[in-house]
Ligand binder design. Structure first.
Ligand SMILES: CC(=O)SCCNC(=O)CCNC(=O)[C@H](O)C(C)(C)COP(=O)(O)OP(=O)(O)OC[C@H]1O[C@@H](n2cnc3c(N)ncnc32)[C@H](O)[C@@H]1OP(=O)(O)O
Ligand SMILES: O=C([O-])CC(=O)C(=O)O
Length: 379
């Protein structure tokens, strides 16, 4: 009897596993829509809070709905004493993504409604995480700088409040706007690795906190969200803009992955990069000091060299990484900022998965030894 070898889809490349109503990535036109709206238009005209509402409820909020949503988010920002004490005990040598992962796990452990999978309970938990994650990230950055936490300010919007909690002050509106642009662009991207992770966990009917904790773990890796930090380390390693092409040749010869370049779905450029690059250009023009000019020149030189050598384009992490550095954030905070935004997309997908659930369980083609007898223990 002859058997045909099954087709293997390593990395699930090209495999369509389900439908979604949340967003669509169209690589042929380098475009991305959230609930039908082009992400570029949302970034230009809407706040991050409005985008969060859109992803969760399917429509943009009207003025009254937005006011109510913002009031609820702002009231949930402070951390409880037990959470603050727990986070203060974590070693400063651990990565801030570990702190965030631990925080979400702890929020689940202390929530008596953890296992309530109803849409209303999911919305409440999603909003709680949206509100509290920036407080965790900001307090952790300050702790590592030897500074006391700055409590959230309910009079400030989501982006402004994050700066306030990190630095004790809010920068110029153009800088806040650039940050907000990054949050809108990072919010959602269909079945990427971390979102898919969240959906796999949810498909077993596990709880939302477990799904988000797992998604944070998936995002941390440098082939996914961890690349925005890796971009900054790479720029530091290269140092001199004149060295960019030579460094790239050496790195490619050593078969290194160039961080912030390439994408599983987009092969002709990431739909979000032009908007983020413009925001970065505005930051660079505003700063206009020699150090910023050096970094921006190096950033451009490496992008051009990569286009020339490999024809591979930057992904969103490439401009976002440098933008976060210029905004004053410590490099290990870049991926946690990605989490602060992507929590919206993850939780929208968790709710959607649960509404039409099927256990996610693919098959594998066995490639190990043939069946054999277990030998008797020697001696
Ligand atoms: C927000 C995000 O998560 S966006 C992604 C962030 N990640 C990064 O920036 C990390 C760097 N990039 C990469 O490693 C890859 O481009 C990935 C993992 C993102 C996508 O890769 P895949 O879709 O799996 O493509 P794959 O790994 O098959 O690469 C195809 C070819 O392009 C090359 N390639 C792709 N990206 C890169 C890169 N960044 N540097 C060097 N070569 C690259 C591969 O070496 C491979 O070449 P080969 O066919 O000669 O072996
Ligand atoms: O879609 C992907 O594979 C990765 C990505 O760009 C994202 O999650 O924003």
């Amino acid at each position: 009897m002859s058997t045909t070898a099954p087709a293997i889809h390593r990395g699930l490349a090209g495999v369509v596993v389900d439908t979604t109503e949340i967003s669509t990535v169209i690589p042929e036109t380098n475009s991305l829509t959230y609930r039908g709206y082009p992400v570029q238009d949302l970034a230009a005209h809407r706040s991050f809070e409005e985008v969060a509402y859109l992803l969760w409820y399917g429509e943009l909020p009207d003025a009254a709905q937005l006011r109510e949503f913002q009031a609820r988010e702002r009231a949930l920002r402070p951390l409880g004493r037990t959470t603050s004490e727990l986070l203060a005990r974590l070693p400063e040598t651990c990565h801030p993504m570990d702190v965030l992962r631990t925080a979400v796990s702890f929020f689940g452990a202390e929530d008596p409604t953890e296992d309530d999978g109803s849409p209303a309970a999911h919305r409440a938990k999603s909003l709680t995480l949206l509100a509290k994650l920036p407080t965790v990230v900001a307090a952790d950055q300050r702790r590592r700088r030897g500074l006391a936490p700055v409590p959230p300010d309910p009079g400030l919007g989501y982006a402004e409040n994050f700066f306030h909690m990190c630095f004790g002050s809010v920068p110029a509106p153009e800088v806040v706007r650039c940050f907000e642009t990054s949050l809108v662009l990072y919010a959602e991207h269909s079945f990427n690795a971390s979102t898919f992770t969240a959906r796999v966990v949810t498909s077993t009917l596990s709880d939302l906190y477990s799904a988000v904790t797992a998604a944070i773990g998936a995002l941390k890796g440098p082939l996914h969200g961890g690349a925005n930090e890796a971009v900054m380390h790479m720029l530091e390693e290269i140092g001199d803009p004149q060295r960019a092409a030579e460094w790239l040749d050496g790195a490619l010869a050593a078969k290194r992955r160039i961080m912030g370049f390439g994408h599983r779905v987009y092969k002709h450029g990431d739909s979000r990069v032009p908007v983020m690059q413009e925001a970065l250009d505005r930051l660079v023009a505003r700063a206009a000091d020699p150090e910023t000019t050096r970094l921006a020149t190096l950033h451009t030189a490496l992008r051009n060299a990569m286009a020339g050598r490999k024809g591979i384009h930057p992904n969103l992490d490439y401009p976002a990484g440098l933008a976060y550095h210029l905004m004053g954030f410590d490099t290990p905070v870049f991926t946690p900022v990605f989490v602060m935004s992507r929590i919206t997309g993850w939780t929208a997908h968790i709710t959607e998965q649960l509404a039409h659930n099927a256990l996610i369980r693919p098959l594998a083609s066995y490639a190990g030894p043939d069946q054999r007898a277990v030998p008797a223990m020697a001696g």
